[in-house]
Design a protein around this ligand. Structure first.
Ligand code: 7RM
Length: 651
């Protein structure tokens, strides 16, 4: 490769940027040569079993793996407890007093839990759950801000064999209620509140409203975040302060022995219909998959300080804050609040203060940092950073190069990791000590994983855009949608025979690198968060003024994609800025702030095909201000013309 330097670093003979692992990084990396790919491909079962063997099993597995699509099983017959693996396993050796979690509240409080602190907390917490009648297999909903106790709550569920269902604290009470009801949760764990950009998140109030309509909830457990001047009301007999109960229980909580295939958690994610799906993950395979990828992709060593900026309400928080890193005995940072509170240097001061070495964030955050300017990161000492990660959506090469230069000082490899709530673990990624990376490409399938690009008909496609397809199975693969086998089969296993369909478009280049383009279904990715267009539409039509609506994603500088909603109003309602504002607020209240439409476009009618399907592609073009494509299948072509001219006037 003929290399020359331009201002963004090395380029190859074609003038494209290429970044080989820095020699110093490679020298110390856990994995530093290609042979891992061959080893894994030669015997994937032995490859994964090698990682599983590093965990603690109460009973060894009898068989590594079976796959009868869509049903995968891993470590069959094996018994283990995920909490024991993330906590108890580490307190017997030299890690007992190693920092596990270093927390900063947004207003500036600091707290550190060692592995022994975490151990003591999960024991008490597990006993509190049992005191409230929670037993193996029961579902527990968790609606919390980013606190140390949030991690303990999840692990305590795992300890007693309860299935946690974490609902992002930014979701509305209605979204919380839907998820509680779908999972039939008996207990809700929440907090008196949290901080976000200086404002108090009134979580308990939202939780109260959610629980109003839930007969299944017997108790609400409230963790005290401590918010000066903020009181929350406690309902006698239903609501309990965590600290009160924790004082009354034993210090030791016997962990439940779980089967490898027992469910560990449910996590709801958006799909193509209005109703989010409860993605189910089980114990042995999930823990092995997240543990293995944490070690290999993030190259974690004993002295690393790792910071994944995700919220525990998303799968990234589950896999790469809670289960993977804790199983690997990592030291990590948990930050409660926003990156621009009290100013735009907050993240970099945190990196400096704790000597963060491995940093994992999302492209939407990176684009915001870029916009905020180079001075913020330049003002902090980031010299301890040695590896950077990205997840959630495609990272555009400009953002990649900026991240590399201004956060990594040109010295840190970047791992652009592709995966999903459903896959549980990273499936496409560079290996930081091996891969020569290309900005914007997630590089190659993780060792032992078989990814291809297929056409709709299942033919292999090379060099052009097709659909991402994953053959075979991997340990952390979802085992299904909670209570909806049919939807599981239809969504992921009906495109091709026995091959997993993730719903993403991608292409593969001449070096076999994957370039993920994004969703090919009616799911949009707003700031790295999945949102079903149908979810937003059903929220809109619940408003008295809305007759019909169609939601599409439009490009957005920071969020990647933003929500644009086409709306037809009922007789007697006046369209205009006031109603548009009201509808935006309505959606935010129904679903959560992430779903708030960027623009509302009022239309006399929506363009439909003869069979009555809303023509989303056309709406996207209109919303983006593009030229109209083929409109011949429109029932009434004048509709679109009037829509388009109206939109052009407004823009
Ligand atoms: C981890 C997570 C999954 C969807 C997925 C993709 C998109 C995620 C990348 C990416 C391109 C990436 N889970 N996606 N990571 N696209 N490059 N590195 O985000 O279930 O919430 O979303 O996100 O479209 O299907 S998720």
């Amino acid at each position: 490769m003929a290399k020359k330097k331009d201002e963004n670093g090395p380029v190859d003979a074609h003038g494209d940027h290429r970044f080989p692992p820095p020699a110093e990084f490679k020298k110390a990396a856990r994995v530093s040569d290609e042979s891992i790919y061959e080893r894994a491909a030669a015997d994937p079962q032995a490859f994964w079993a090698g990682f599983a063997e590093e965990l603690r099993w109460e009973t060894p597995w009898k068989e590594v793996h079976t796959f009868d699509p869509p049903d995968a099983k891993w470590f069959i017959g094996g018994k283990l407890n995920a909490c024991v693996n993330c906590v108890d396993r580490h307190i017997e050796g030299p890690h007992r007093n190693k920092a596990a979690l270093i927390w900063e509240g947004e207003p500036g409080e600091k707290k550190t839990w060692t592995y022994f602190d975490l151990y003591r907390e999960v024991n008490r917490f597990g006993n509190v759950l049992r005191k409230l009648g929670i037993k193996k297999g029961d579902r527990v909903a968790i609606y919390l801000p980013m606190m140390l106790e949030s991690v303990a709550a999840m692990l305590a569920c795992a300890r007693v064999g309860a299935v946690h269902s974490v609902v992002f604290g930014g979701f509305s009470s209605e979204s919380l209620r839907d998820r509680i009801l779908d999972a039939d949760a008996h207990l809700l764990i929440t907090a008196d509140g949290g901080f976000r950009r200086g404002k108090v998140l009134a979580l308990k109030e939202a939780a109260d409203a959610a629980v109003e309509g839930c007969a299944c909830i017997e108790n609400v457990l409230v963790i005290q975040r401590g918010i000066p001047g903020h009181e929350c009301s406690m309902k006698e007999g239903r609501d309990h302060w965590y600290h009160d109960l924790a004082d009354q229980v034993d210090a030791w909580c016997e962990p439940e022995v779980m089967d490898s295939e027992d469910p560990l958690f449910i996590l709801y994610t958006s799909g193509t219909t209005g109703k989010p799906k409860g993605i189910v993950h089980t114990t042995g395979g999930y823990l092995t998959g997240t543990y293995a990828t944490t070690r290999v992709v993030f190259d974690l060593k004993d002295d690393d300080v790792y910071w994944c900026t995700a919220d525990i309400g998303w799968v990234t928080g589950h896999s790469y804050i809670v289960y993977g890193p804790l199983a690997a005995a990592a030291t990590q940072i948990i930050y409660e609040g926003a990156p621009d509170a009290p100013d735009r240097g907050r993240f970099w001061r945190i990196c400096e203060r704790y000597g963060v070495t491995v940093f994992y964030t999302a492209p939407t955050a990176i684009r915001a940092f870029m916009k905020w300017g180079d001075d913020w990161p330049a003002g902090a000492d980031l010299s301890r950073l040695r590896l950077l990660g990205s997840v959630g959506e495609p990272i555009n090469p400009e953002a990649w190069l900026w991240y590399h230069e201004h956060i990594g000082s040109g010295r840190c490899p970047i791992v652009d990791t592709w995966w999903q709530t459903e896959t549980g673990q990273i499936l496409i990624t560079p290996l930081p000590g091996v891969t020569v990376t290309k900005p914007g490409s997630a590089a190659k399938a993780f060792p032992g994983v078989d990814v291809e690009i297929l056409s709709d008909e299942g033919e292999k496609i090379d060099g052009e855009t097709g659909l991402l397809a994953i053959r075979g199975s991997w340990p952390a693969m979802t085992r299904g949608i909670w209570g909806d086998r049919q939807r599981f089969i239809e969504t992921y296993w009906s495109k091709w025979e026995g091959i997993y369909f993730p719903g993403d478009g991608a292409k593969r280049d001449e070096d076999g690198f994957f370039w993920v383009i994004g969703r090919v279904d009616d799911v949009i990715n707003v700031a790295g968060h999945r949102l079903g267009t149908a979810e937003v539409e059903s929220a809109l039509v619940e408003h008295a003024s809305v007759a019909e609506s169609a939601v599409v994603g439009i490009p957005h500088e920071i969020k990647g994609t933003a929500v644009a909603a086409f709306v037809t109003v009922r007789e007697g309602f006046e369209t205009g800025d006031e109603l548009a504002g009201e509808l935006k607020a309505h959606v935010a209240e129904k679903i959560g702030a992430i779903a708030r439409p960027e623009s509302i476009i009022f239309a006399a009618d929506l363009p439909k095909t003869r069979s009555g399907k809303i023509m989303r592609r056309l709406l996207r073009d209109i919303a983006e201000g593009k030229a109209l494509g083929d409109t011949t299948t429109l029932a009434d072509p004048s509709v679109v013309e009037s829509l388009k001219s109206q939109y052009d006037d407004e823009a």
